[in-house]
Write a protein that binds this ligand. Structure first.
Ligand code: ADP
Length: 222
């Protein structure tokens, strides 16, 4: 008798900075009711602690560089073991290196968790302009874009009224560094995923509204 197909429980959102992984993850989280795990959010939270690890994370993130595989792997390993991930989860911004990809694929395989990788493709000029207009609420985490999804009141969060801020690593020089890090360390994962026989779906991350793209991804995952 053929083996039963492994159910897909992990959705890996993959793509360059500013390709919309976070926006998509939030929309898909609402539709599928599974947690959104963003290593970027976890690192930003961790760097608020004014200790040696927090400061070393901040230095790397503010320079547009990646933190160590060891730290990223450990954070995700701990997070996906929590009970709320039992029915599935969305990985946003992880894996980002070949070392991370090997580690997570091994773990998921060992635990019998199927996964699908969605690659959001967006032109780098569009990314630079998107990130220049990105604002976020430091209180509730809502994200806006001055061109495509501006807040109703300038500089104020629609949800909680708190003042909006620019992420330090969205400064243009840092964005260029992040794109370089993506090209060197993350883009090779496309080949890794294709060669490993994973389900890798290429998707245009621009052109349609975020809601339309999210619906498409949910249909594929379902
Ligand atoms: P983006 O995808 O737009 O670059 P994120 O919020 O995912 O934004 O990540 C912000 C920063 O956090 C990255 O530039 C990097 O410094 C760090 N980071 C996030 N995820 C990882 C990861 N998996 N491995 C190493 N560093 C990471």
């Amino acid at each position: 008798m053929p083996d039963a197909p492994i159910p897909v429980r992990a959705l890996i959102l993959f793509g360059p900075p500013g390709s919309g992984k976070g926006t998509q993850a939030r929309l898909i989280q609402q539709r599928l009711e599974i947690p959104h795990i963003s290593t970027g959010d976890m690192l930003r939270e961790r760097m608020l602690a004014d200790d040696a690890l927090g400061l070393s994370i901040k230095r790397l993130v503010d320079a547009g560089a990646l933190v160590s595989d060891e730290l990223a792997n450990q954070m995700v390993e701990e997070r996906i073991q929590r009970p709320d991930c039992a029915a599935g989860f969305i990985l946003d911004g992880y894996p980002r290196t070949l070392g991370q990809a090997g580690a997570i694929c091994r773990k998921l395989t060992l635990r019998g968790i199927g996964w699908v990788v969605v690659h959001l493709k967006v032109d780098y000029n569009e990314i630079i302009s998107r990130l220049a207009g990105r604002r976020h609420c430091t209180q509730c985490g809502a994200v806006y874009n001055l061109t495509s999804s501006p807040p109703k009141t300038p500089d104020r969060c629609d949800v909680c009224g708190f003042r909006l801020a620019v992420r330090d690593d969205d400064a243009e020089m840092v964005v260029r560094k992040r794109l370089e890090a993506y090209d060197e360390q993350t883009r090779p994962l496309v080949e890794f995923f294709s060669a490993g026989g994973c389900r890798l779906l290429e998707m245009n991350g621009a052109g349609d509204s975020p809601a339309v793209i999210a619906r498409r991804i949910c249909e594929i995952v379902a």
